[in-house]
Design a protein around this ligand. Structure first.
Ligand code: C5P
Length: 209
């Protein structure tokens, strides 16, 4: 049987990660959250007290990224996501990480990858591409509930401003900006539950396979 490749892109807190995990479970495919690879680079620089624009240190950290050892928990902080979007602007860092992501995708039986540039750059030949969005206010609300459910506190206005700043950085960069591939299916989850979004995505994938 041939490999199946599912590409899922979208902005921060759009629900693409949750959706990618559920689809990977359902279709029995390995899942790679490519955001974690950029987060791992940012985290390495922060832990060494290095500035986020130290490109050669970022390249070294990128080479050291091991896809089988990404520590989701250590990398989950909101601030690490913001730092990740700063190192993600460097083409040399992206190239190192994209090569690893492509190797993961090329391994049978295929995979579900989620990120910002999967359908456009990492896996332009994916069998199915989904572009998951939701309004910035809905995404900020989800992120806030997320933080609160883990016992933290945060301010809605600050989170919304963070999300809008990250959107601007991710859509505005020169190399691999966030945008839907021409052949991506758009899925606006603003008014959808996770279950509804999953069923909609599953239907699109069933149709394409
Ligand atoms: O998805 P997540 O919020 O973990 O991603 C963190 C940051 O990493 C994003 O804001 C983006 O700048 C960068 N990223 C990227 N390309 C990907 C995945 C993430 O540039 N494929």
């Amino acid at each position: 049987t041939r490999s199946i490749l599912i590409a899922i892109d979208g902005p921060a807190a759009s629900g693409k990660g949750t959706l990618a995990r559920r689809l990977a479970d359902y279709f029995h495919l390995p899942h790679l959250d490519t955001g974690l690879t950029y987060r791992a680079v940012a985290h390495a620089l922060i832990s060494h007290g290095l500035p986020l624009d130290n490109v050669s240190a970022a390249e070294t950290a990128a080479r050291q990224v091991d896809l089988s050892r990404l520590d989701k928990h250590a990398l989950s902080a909101h601030a690490v996501g913001d730092a990740a979007s700063r190192v993600a602007v460097f083409p040399s860092v992206r190239k190192i990480l994209v090569d690893k992501q492509r190797a993961f995708a090329a391994t049978p039986p295929g995979a579900v990858l989620d990120g910002r540039d999967i359908g456009t750059v990492v896996c332009p030949d994916a069998d199915v591409k989904l572009y998951v969005t939701a309004s910035a206010a809905v995404r900020a609300g989800r992120r806030l509930r997320d933080i609160e459910s883990r016992g933290g506190t945060a301010d809605f206005g600050e989170i919304l401003a963070d999300i809008e700043r990250r959107d601007a950085r991710d859509t505005g960069r020169a190399d691999s900006p966030l945008r839907p591939a021409a052949d991506a299916h758009l899925l606006d989850t603003s008014e959808m539950s996770i279950e509804t979004a999953f069923l909609a995505a599953k239907a699109l994938i069933d149709e394409a396979l």
